[in-house]
Design a binder for this molecule. Sequence first.
Ligand SMILES: Cc1ncc(COP(=O)(O)O)c(C=O)c1O
Length: 401
Amino acid sequence: MLELLPAPPVDPLWDLAAEFAADPRPERLDLVLGVYRDHTGVTPVMAAVRQAEIRLAERSDTKEYLGLSGNTAFNRAMLSLVLGGEERTGRATAVQTVAGTGALRLLADLVRQTRPGATVWISDPAYVNHRPILEGAGLTVRTYRWLEATGRPDTAGLLEDLGAARHGDVVLLQGCCHNPTGVDPSFGAWEELAGLAETNGWVPFVDLAYHGLGDGLDADLRPTRMLADRLPEVLIAVSCSKNFGLYSDRTGCAIVLGSSRQTLRHVETALQNAARTLYSMPPDHGAAVVATVLEDERLRAEWRAELDVMRHRITANRADLVAHLRALGQEEQARCLARQKGMFSMLPLTSDGMRRMRRQSGIYGTASGRINIAGVPAHRIPFLAQGIATALQTPRAARSV
Ligand SMILES: Cc1ncc(COP(=O)(O)O)c(C=O)c1O
């Protein structure tokens, strides 16, 4: 039977990661995957997480099944972390998921169950997994503009495209630190989006994977909370992979705001049923860690301080890269990078340009031009700037703008 299987496409990101691993050059730089690395190049276990793990190891006396919604203390803690006050959490329900990806998929299933054949709008460019997840759930995908050729947010294009989204459509928006571009709309543009959703009746679906790594936790969550205040229904996929450093523990949750308690009960059961047929229930460890951190005042403060350190390191890396690019005469590119936020930056290079940068300098980013700013040890920034400048100096045909 299995010989009938056609050759499936290989995931391009993990393919590049494998190419990097096989590259013998000691100076090579891996900026492919979205993981934070500290100044020594290590993705650390956060101190607050470590302490929570020790507590859990000492106190846990069972590994009994939880329930289909996962760890309920975690769900409560995430509702309050993401939404803030009771006026929002009181209109919401949360179900623990297998990380942000699991939340995206369960919420996509919820949309399909509610409105088979619904259209979901995603940004162009989008997080590489958005389209496959949504189409995998049987939904139709359309795109809206995100970025001007100059590297600025394309607010006019975004609003014009989403002006065509209709009642019953769903619009997937990254809440902050857009992957892959690092470019976010202004808060004013977010408010205009809320106005469009109110007028035309589409439902915002917010993907939160980098909150705390842009302008700070509350500032990064402000657009999501504003949408929650203004609209009757909002879907939110939350990942704890980056801001708790729990990448391999697959921790996240699906949050839904709805207009009645009964609707929310139906939503919770639909999400549980979707999970039941995929993996029954999510693993507990990461969620138990997050709940322990968030419920303990001291651990919570420690986690927030560590998150700020991570954010400042990313900001400092980007500022340093901008300064080095300026010194190398790359003013236009430096200005673009200076506007970006969060883990990623987008270089104006085609996939050929990115391949050449890989060959010439051993600097690995994705084919779309994305590099992970959080993955560069500070002392390697001059090397990175030089590699980018060399790639940018090659013929214009290999550049994307
Ligand atoms: C925008 C965005 N959403 C969701 C995810 C999923 O994260 P995870 O499933 O690792 O929590 C990622 C991961 O890189 C992402 O960049």
